[in-house]
Ligand binder design. Sequence first.
Ligand code: 5AD
Ligand code: SF4
Length: 449
Amino acid sequence: MNFFIKNYGCQMNIYDSARMIDILSAAGHKECKHLDEANIFIFNTCSIREKADEKLFSDLGRAKSIKFKIQDAGESCIIVVCGCVAQAKKEAIFNRAPYVDAVVGTQEIHNIANVINEVIEKKKNNEYSNVLMGVLNTKSKFEALKTTNITERSYSEYLTIQEGCDNFCTYCVVPYTRGREFSRDAKDIIDEAKKMVSIGVKEITLLGQNVNSYHGEGTDGRIWKLSRLLYAMAEIDGLARLRYVTSNPKDVSTDIAEAHRDIDILMPFLHLPVQSGSDKILKKMNRKYTTDEYLRCIDMLRAYKPDMAFSSDFIVGFPGESDQDFEDTLKLAEKVRFAQAYSFKYSPRSNTAAAKMENQVPEKIKSERLKILQDMLNNHQNEFNENTVGKTVDVLFTKRGKFKNQLVGRTEYSQAISVCDKSINIGDIAFVKVTEIKSHSLVGSVKKK
Ligand code: 5AD
Ligand code: SF4
């Protein structure tokens, strides 16, 4: 059958979708880039943002009419919901959308081909096909995935090394949708990375909800920290760039800074979500670090790697956030001057502790604070980008642009950059002189080596 996967959410969902494509392709199904070419629709959902459920059900509504049309024409059509909303809602999805054939949780994606077969069987027998897979067993997922071959990849890819979370930040849904923290064995990670490189991947971003608390079994039988794994990854022939995301400030240690100093292919850019600049709010968020510790961590990394730049996540309007707490967040942002940052209004998630806290901040105040913070963060990002004008940067080109001979890539700091140059191809890494800034991206010309 022909399948189409709609991806919502974070990089981990992108990775999971890529693995489902591997599995379904191996089972003889064919991936399509558009829903109207497919007869298996897979929605790989995310529950991080507000109204995630509404978004899913409105997409499902549209898929339902297409499914009924296909069925009226005598063909078969299967709708599957995967990902974090699937994990959180499970059978409730069938109750609201009975035309959904299967709900597959985050740690069951390796079963996707079996699920499709089961649905096909049920349909053949004229049974109602509501297949539910919702067990949170991350170990068995990765055990199964390591034997699956890798099909097609781009030049820059994600590779999950750690999944789930034991931190229970009070706003966060992840422990409920991705389960307890699990680290894969280093051997499996390195094998998978080698397979990626053998089909042309140049840049790998190691993924984990708490990537820097990675503690998997090493190839020597000992427990490896993330830094040890980074050194091993750097030995893979043909791998040109290495990143990791997302780090928790409470787990940043000097060995990571040393890795940044020592490993050439490790990009000098770190996503280090701070969430708030108020110690009172950080405590209520259960983040387990203070603003002082956060700032010291940035200083330490800069001491080992002076050209290091940082990005971050912020939440404004967390329950109990006063004007003073928000001012403290602005002060922290001003001190660090992030190269990039994402900022969100706090919104309650079911099951989380913060959803039940008193002193929820009114929507109007959240919006006002978000605007002020975003203006500041934007200025810092522009300043960082403007500083690169006239300089030569290292770029990995990953796709073609809209214009003739235009190619788009990323700098070491993950800035989007475009050039127009016939001598360059996607997959190339080249030195580019930055000539101008256009909104949030850079424009440059290739420097001939
Ligand atoms: N409300 C607002 N933002 C949130 N994030 C996570 N949960 C919530 C929530 N309930 C933000 C955090 C996190 C990013 C991925 O999403 O900043 O780092
Ligand atoms: Fe969304 Fe979080 Fe799930 Fe990623 S882990 S898909 S961000 S809810």
